[in-house]
Design a protein around this ligand. Structure first.
Ligand SMILES: NC(=O)c1ccc[n+]([C@@H]2O[C@H](COP(=O)([O-])OP(=O)(O)OC[C@H]3O[C@@H](n4cnc5c(N)ncnc54)[C@H](OP(=O)(O)O)[C@@H]3O)[C@@H](O)[C@H]2O)c1
Length: 249
């Protein structure tokens, strides 16, 4: 049984679909219950699996505890903590409430969900945790400062847990996609077709599931892997300047 957050669209939806295709029962979490119920019906019909719908706002601080309570009777072997969102613009012009919600959804919820489920995974002696982070977590990205910082937090959490949980038979993978063709770029006012090396969410997820045992981090796109390998090999000041120039600041 897997728990997938952010399953109503994009990368999370692809996780739910591909896990159900492999015969796993899945608990799907997001705010848009209509989307989740539609997906649940499709997956039950197609694969005969059990799909549990939890329509929850992860920006609410109590949401992770509610989810943990709901999945307490289930044998959870995989957590895919994927829900997240970003906001672009000068840091001081970003709405303060939006920043707070972003920290809750992108950092607080994944931390609390992992904290609640890790003891059970350790007890099972096998299982996995996938955190959907971003290549933006590797280096502070200007005009995406808050989002970039949330993903840096996730990269550190994922790396630390990879080391802690490996000896207990629990795989931890921090998935760091580059540009992916989901609702996320559009919600930030970006036309995805203008992005470099745009991947489909299905390909991102296929690549992540193949890499689950090869943590700690996984960048599914060769283009972004090479770009960030180069940037991270440079002195930090030069890397930050090069990235700022690349995004036209
Ligand atoms: N697309 C990219 O280029 C890209 C690149 C790197 C990393 N990522 C990361 O990939 C992950 C998935 O994003 P995506 O690209 O698939 O975008 P997406 O299509 O916008 O999906 C985001 C998912 O997160 C859920 N979500 C957002 N806020 C939520 C909240 N307050 N409570 C509960 N669920 C919430 C959304 O569901 P509801 O709206 O129904 O709640 C949706 O299911 C995110 O962590 C994102 O940061 C994306």
């Amino acid at each position: 049984m897997a728990v997938v957050t952010g399953a109503s669209s994009g990368i999370g939806r692809s996780f739910a679909v591909q896990l159900a295709e492999r015969g796993l029962d899945v608990v799907i979490v997001a705010r848009r219950g209509d989307r989740l119920r539609e997906l649940a019906a499709t997956l039950r019909d197609a694969h005969g699996v059990t799909i549990t719908v939890l329509s929850t706002d992860l920006a609410h601080p109590a949401a992770p505890a509610d989810i943990l309570e709901a999945v307490a009777p289930l044998d959870v072997g995989l957590l895919v903590s994927n829900a997240g969102f970003g906001v672009k613009g000068p840091f001081d012009e970003v709405n303060a409430g939006t920043l707070a919600s972003m920290l809750a959804v992108n950092c607080h919820a994944p931390t609390q969900l992992a904290h609640g489920l890790v003891p059970r995974l350790k007890q099972r002696g096998r299982g996995g945790v996938i955190f959907t982070s971003s290549v933006e977590g590797f280096l502070g990205c200007p005009y995406s400062a808050g989002y970039s910082a949330t993903k840096a937090y996730m990269n550190a959490l994922g790396e630390a847990l990879w080391t802690e949980l490996g000896p207990h038979g629990v795989d931890v993978l921090t998935l760091c996609p580059g540009a992916t063709d989901t609702e996320a770029p559009r919600l930030q006012g970006i036309d995805p077709t203008t992005l470099q090396d745009l991947m489909s969410p299905d390909d991102v997820v296929r690549s992540a599931l193949e890499a689950l045992r090869s943590g700690p981090t996984h960048v599914p796109s060769a283009h972004y892997r090479e770009l960030f390998d180069t940037l991270l090999s440079m002195p930090r000041r030069e890397a930050l300047t090069a990235m700022a120039q690349a995004i036209g600041t």
